[in-house]
Design a protein around this ligand. Structure first.
Ligand code: PRT
Ligand code: ZN
Length: 286
């Protein structure tokens, strides 16, 4: 049977995490394969194609690759008819409008008649049309943040993550247009026989993703507070409770969403929980 073809970024911000995700799924790629244009797994029917991230939507749309891992911003910008089937939670960033720090921002109408430099003309055009802003788009492919400083534009529309690039170029972020993260896209031409390989891969990816968002928690608690603690930590089906040697106490094991942990911890202490241990989970299948 044919391998499922996955295209990933050859070099750059997405490359390492894309490969790590595949590795976390138990899929072994040959070491030297990472430097080639193509590599084949020896324990899963998967083939990797390494390309520039900008080319990924086209490769997937054409069916040269069945699926791809790419930033949502690139998917939106290319406008190809590919479907996002999974959000991966890394390479998070936003696409924003920014203006010189010395300028007074008066709201969206500030951009009427202005020149905006960007590498994302399509996303920007859509935003300007939706907001009835008549501005001039200057498409440039890199170092967008220097455009206002050299007189190429009045403002920029670009990717922002920490915001330090903007500050370093004396710019300020004034409108966030959209958010982005790495996603998996699938071709509209997926062959039936490859669908089951894709389902298997997605099952593995989701187990890995879930395990990243959750922690295994163990604690000791007085028996009369167990009901309250179980409500805070309902776990996957229900927590495991094991009696301690010391009378009146139990050990409780459960799973907790990482984002909820700090909210719950104070309540746990209030209910007399002690010896709280939190550890990571490698795979999580529900
Ligand atoms: O060579 P190739 O074309 O494959 O790669 P590339 O240079 O086009 O892309 P790359 O590797 O830089 O980024 C790949 C993807 O990572 C992007 O498409 C985004 O989806 C995502 N991503 C996440 C980012 C950032 N964070 C990011 N901070 N992409 C770029 N940046 C740049 C941004 O352009 C700006 O210059 O970092 C600067 C802003 O960062 P802060 O932290 O200073 O705000
Ligand atoms: Zn690129």
């Amino acid at each position: 049977m044919d391998n499922l073809k996955l295209t990933v970024q050859r070099q750059g911000r997405l490359n390492e995490k894309s490969l790590k995700l595949i590795e976390d799924c138990g899929i072994i790629l040959t070491q030297e394969g990472k430097r080639k244009l193509v590599s084949v797994s020896r324990n899963f029917p998967l083939e990797l194609l390494y390309v520039r991230d900008d080319d990924i939507p086209q490769y997937v749309f054409d069916g040269v690759a069945d699926i791809g891992i790419v930033g949502e911003n690139v998917v939106l910008e290319k406008g190809k008819d590919v479907k996002i089937i999974e959000r991966l939670g890394f390479a998070k960033c936003r696409l924003s409008l920014a203006i010189p720090q010395t300028e007074k921002y008066t709201g969206k109408d500030y951009f009427q008649g202005k020149r905006i430099a960007t590498a994302y003309p399509r996303i920007l055009q859509k935003y300007l049309m939706e907001n009835k802003i008549d501005a001039e788009i200057h498409e440039i492919s890199g170092s967008v943040e220097i455009a206002p400083g050299i007189g190429l534009s009045d403002s920029i529309f670009d990717i922002v993550s920490s915001g330090s690039t903007l500050v370093g170029n004396r710019l300020k972020e004034v409108e966030v247009i959209c958010h982005s993260e790495a996603v998996i896209i699938v071709t509209p031409h997926l062959l039936k026989e490859k669908k089951s390989i894709l389902d298997d891969l997605l099952f593995r990816i989701q187990s890995v993703q879930r395990s990243k968002n959750n922690k295994y928690i163990l604690l000791n608690a007085p028996n009369d507070k167990l009901d309250k603690i179980v409500k805070l930590l309902p776990g996957m089906k229900s927590p495991t409770i094991i009696p301690l040697y010391e009378k009146g106490w139990s050990s409780l094991h459960s799973v907790i969403n990482e984002n909820e942990f700090w909210e719950v911890i104070n309540k746990l202490k209030e209910y007399g929980a002690q010896g709280i241990l939190v550890t990571s989970i490698e795979k999580m299948i529900i």
